[in-house]
Design a protein around this ligand. Structure first.
Ligand code: HEM
Ligand SMILES: *[C@@H]1O[C@H](CO)[C@@H](O)[C@H](O)[C@H]1NC(C)=O
Ligand SMILES: *[C@@H]1O[C@H](CO)[C@@H](O)[C@H](O)[C@H]1NC(C)=O
Ligand SMILES: *[C@@H]1O[C@H](CO)[C@@H](O)[C@H](O)[C@H]1NC(C)=O
Length: 454
């Protein structure tokens, strides 16, 4: 039966007083939205509560704001290489970015990952497969949700992030865009989830890998050491054990208060032992975001408030999903991330003042006040963290091709912050921003029970 006939029939059966009902009945909503609406109404008439109408309304409102933003971007001539959000979907890029595939929105639901899907079972990485410092990217690679080689793309990693962890299209696209900027090849969208790798082209300049220090890879990682002390990609069992010890004061939970506590410990430690400790704007965004991600992504989707050892440890110690594990059923957005970051900062026992060590005992504050950060400000931190004047944080490819980078920022990052009131005039990198030091990979890529198997 044609969808329009179906809609007409349902319309006759129960005329809806709600505007979405009317839209659905008149066939104005997309087939997908209509299907959701009617499924929701069916459930409600069966006595169940149905939040779908409110969800559809919120989503449509968000898309309307994005569409206004898109129109302003087009009028301003800043989408000169394409991109932008229409209908909640990134539009294709053009020109030098014409070969850059874009992520696509995925379906969200409670779903077992990997379940019995034969193509997504754990396979230990082979000798030439790259792994790095993001436990979840390593896990996605070990299960073939991104290439098992560890050489992924902007679109592939953002899609896998939605599929495996149920993070939102906005959050996943943002993270993958940062990965690409940190150490990838913009025209092809390829990047290594560890260090520099010959399989990633160097079209605009050297592709250094996402572990290139100073952009996405920062000091005060949870389970990795600061780059100053050597390899910043390798898992450090002792750091993990210290974290597990801290969870014991919080009922065994890897929760926001646990990480607020742990982050203060690491901050003070690095300040006293790392002469090059760099706690800049991106450090603030990354060290807080990665911590709130754990309690939001790793619990069993059937029990979202339980980020316990059984759910978190397999990602870290074996780089695999827990047995019989379900992803979260509803998307986790950038606004949710900002809210959680504000919560984490407010729960911290000490202010972790941004700044940097210019030698031991000489911490120079940046002058950013983080004593009273609102959720909206924290969401905007994520956007403003993209560029600042920190020396040595950018692959020279980006500095030499800043117009292309700007077009990518306008097309792939700014639209997700439309309506958040953020300052989206990304600062142009300062004169000392370039540095061609390649990132590193895990020196041995098979991790079993927290121990490398080499
Ligand atoms: C999809 C694209 C993603 C990219 C490119 C990416 C990249 C990275 C990078 C560069 C780091 C190092 C940060 C540092 O130096 O501290 C990192 C760490 C981390 N990422 Fe991801 N990430 C992605 C998605 C995710 C998602 C969806 C989660 C959700 C749980 C996540 C969780 C983490 C955690 C918990 C860490 C801290 C690791 C540790 O030090 O113990 N990442 N990621
Ligand atoms: C964790 O706690 C145990 C027991 O108190 C202690 O023996 C161990 O040294 C601690 N580990 C770390 C890394 O702090
Ligand atoms: C990691 O894998 C090993 C060996 O397969 C297993 O014995 C151990 O329980 C796993 N650890 C976690 C935390 O899942
Ligand atoms: C996740 O929840 C399901 C359903 O309650 C349960 O069967 C499964 O054992 C849980 N998995 C984990 C890793 O807790």
């Amino acid at each position: 039966m044609k969808i329009s006939t179906l809609l007409a029939l349902v319309g006759v059966a129960t005329a809806s007083p709600c505007p979405y009902g009317q839209l659905a009945e008149s066939g104005t909503l997309s087939a997908e939205d209509s299907a959701k609406f009617f499924a929701a109404r069916e459930k409600r008439s069966a006595g169940e509560t149905a939040p779908f109408e409110a969800e559809i309304a919120a989503r449509n409102a968000e898309h309307a704001v994005q569409e206004q933003f898109y129109k302003r971007q087009i009028l301003g001539g800043i989408l000169n290489l394409g991109g932008g959000l229409l209908g909640g979907v990134l539009q294709p890029f053009t020109g030098v970015l014409g070969g850059l595939g874009v992520p696509t929105p995925q379906q969200f639901s409670l779903k077992e990952i990997p379940g019995d899907d034969a193509s997504h079972q754990y396979v230990a990485p082979g000798a030439t497969d790259v792994r790095g410092m993001c436990p979840t990217l390593n896990t996605m690679a070990n299960h073939g949700y991104i290439s098992r080689t560890g050489i992924t793309t902007f679109a592939e990693a953002a899609n896998a992030c939605q599929i495996t962890l149920g993070f939102g299209y906005d959050t996943c696209t943002f993270l993958s865009a940062l990965g690409l900027l940190a150490g990838g090849d913009l025209p092809s969208g390829k990047y290594s989830i560890g260090g520099a790798d010959a399989r990633v082209p160097n079209t605009l300049g050297p592709s250094l890998g996402i572990s290139k220090h100073g952009f996405f890879e920062v000091d005060n990682s949870i389970s990795r050491q600061d780059a100053y002390f050597g390899n910043q990609a390798n898992f450090q069992l002792e750091r993990w054990e210290r974290l597990v010890n801290i969870t014991e004061s919080y009922g065994g939970q890897f929760s926001i208060p646990t990480f607020a506590d742990e982050r203060v410990v690491l901050y003070n430690e690095a300040k006293s032992i790392n002469p090059q400790f760099d706690a800049g704007t991106r450090w603030l965004a990354v060290t807080t975001a990665e911590r709130v991600f754990i309690p939001r992504a790793l619990p069993n989707g059937t029990d979202l408030n339980n980020a316990d050892y059984a759910n978190v440890a397999p990602f870290y110690l074996n780089e695999t999903f827990p047995r019989d594990w379900y992803r979260r059923p509803t998307p986790y957005s950038l606004v949710n991330t900002g809210t959680d970051i504000a919560d984490l900062l407010a729960s911290s026992s000490e202010l972790t003042t941004p700044g940097s060590n210019e030698g031991l005992g000489n911490f120079v504050p940046l002058g950013t006040d983080i004593s009273d950060v609102t959720p909206a400000q924290a969401t905007c931190f994520l956007a403003s963290a993209v560029f600042d004047n920190t020396p040595g944080f950018l692959s020279p490819a980006l500095i030499d091709n800043y117009a292309t980078v700007q077009a990518f920022l306008a097309g792939a990052i700014a639209p997700f912050f439309a309506g958040q009131g953020c300052d989206l005039n990304f600062a142009e990198p300062g004169p000392d921003a370039g540095d061609a030091t390649p990132g590193v990979s895990e020196t041995c890529n098979v991790l079993r029970n927290g121990v490398y198997q080499c």
